[in-house]
Ligand binder design. Structure first.
Ligand code: NAI
Length: 286
């Protein structure tokens, strides 16, 4: 079984909103990081974003110039999936079960029996992603929060087959990455997304029914002490990702009406207005 002290190489699959931050904190903790995406532009953007985050860290006195250089030197980018051989592989690609399953089947075939395979999924049951793996015992949920280089919480989720020692290693690794991990059992949305889903779904419904507009609702929620209202937060998360999470939870809870996806959110997805990452969502960005 892979233990914390044996982990040297981390592969991060998907260089989008979440993969960027996960690669950054892994490299900051001294790991050799291989960051993969299908899309070469996504990799370029990711490296730029990481450089920007580190420069901001320097301005705030939290990161030194030497740490920034060491961190960037620890990250290698690639579009070759065959290069994703590591001690721990953390997946952060689209929130679609079939896509994740086929990726993990390939990752399992190129890695050793010791490698831990982890998914950053927000909502898909870990047991379901692992169902066709040869070694589901070394598959685990490692759910970071956005922005991954800042938010402390990591949910470590054990599927039906996950070996307790593997969950423990990922728990220990999360701490080494400067995070505050919590163990969770497998259920749609795990802990935080299950509870928080109502924040998004009910806010969308309130606006859809014309009770108020989205800016008004954000202002009101922010005035009560929340850092961001639900619409500003969906723009940060990615409206497409947030929508996929709602759809996946709606299905996982047997079409329970309280998780029903919203029409206005679906329209944003259809229009390609996915939030900050596309410069337009509920709000517009420069
Ligand atoms: P994103 O849309 O920003 O990035 C996904 C990246 O994965 C893209 O660059 C895309 O090119 C790449 N990709 C897509 N399919 C791929 C494949 N088959 N192989 C390799 N790369 C592929 O998505 P985001 O927001 O980073 O989400 C990724 C995962 O993290 C999802 O499972 C999501 O539920 C989860 N998550 C998202 C959070 C958020 O706030 N956005 C928070 C916590 C978890």
């Amino acid at each position: 079984m892979m233990e914390l002290e044996n982990i040297k190489k981390i592969a991060v699959v998907g260089a989008g909103t979440m993969g960027q931050g996960i690669a950054q904190i892994s490299a900051m903790a001294g790991y050799s990081v291989r960051l993969f995406d299908l899309n070469a532009t996504a990799l370029e953007n990711a490296v730029q974003k990481i450089e920007g985050n580190l420069s901001k860290g320097i301005e705030r006195g939290k990161v030194t110039e030497a740490q920034k250089e060491a961190c960037l030197a620890n990250i290698q980018t690639t579009v070759e999936q065959s290069e994703l051989v590591a001690d721990v592989v953390i997946e952060a690609i689209v929130e679609k079960l079939e896509v994740k399953k086929s990726l993990f089947a390939q990752l399992e075939s190129i890695n050793s029996d010791q490698t831990i395979l982890a998914s950053n999924t927000s909502s898909i049951p870990i047991t379901r992603i692992a169902a066709d793996l040869k070694h589901p015992e070394r598959f685990v949920g490692m759910h970071f929060f956005n922005p991954a280089h800042i938010m402390k919480l990591v949910e470590v989720i054990s599927g039906a087959a996950t070996a307790p020692a593997i969950a423990q290693t990922i728990y220990d690794l999360s701490k080494k990455l400067g995070k505050v991990p919590v163990m969770a059992n497998d259920a749609p949305g795990f802990i935080v997304n299950r509870v928080a889903r109502h924040f998004y779904v009910e806010s969308l419904k309130t606006v859809e029914e014309g009770v108020t507009d989205f800016e008004g609702l954000d202002k009101l929620i922010e005035s009560t002490g929340f850092k961001m209202g639900p619409f500003r937060l969906m723009d940060l998360i990615g409206i497409d990702t947030n929508y996929s999470v709602t759809v996946s939870m709606f299905n996982a809870f047997h079409q329970d009406a309280k998780f029903r996806p919203s029409r206005i959110q679906q329209q944003k997805v259809d229009a390609g207005h996915h939030g900050r990452k596309t410069k337009k969502g509920f709000y517009t960005y420069d």
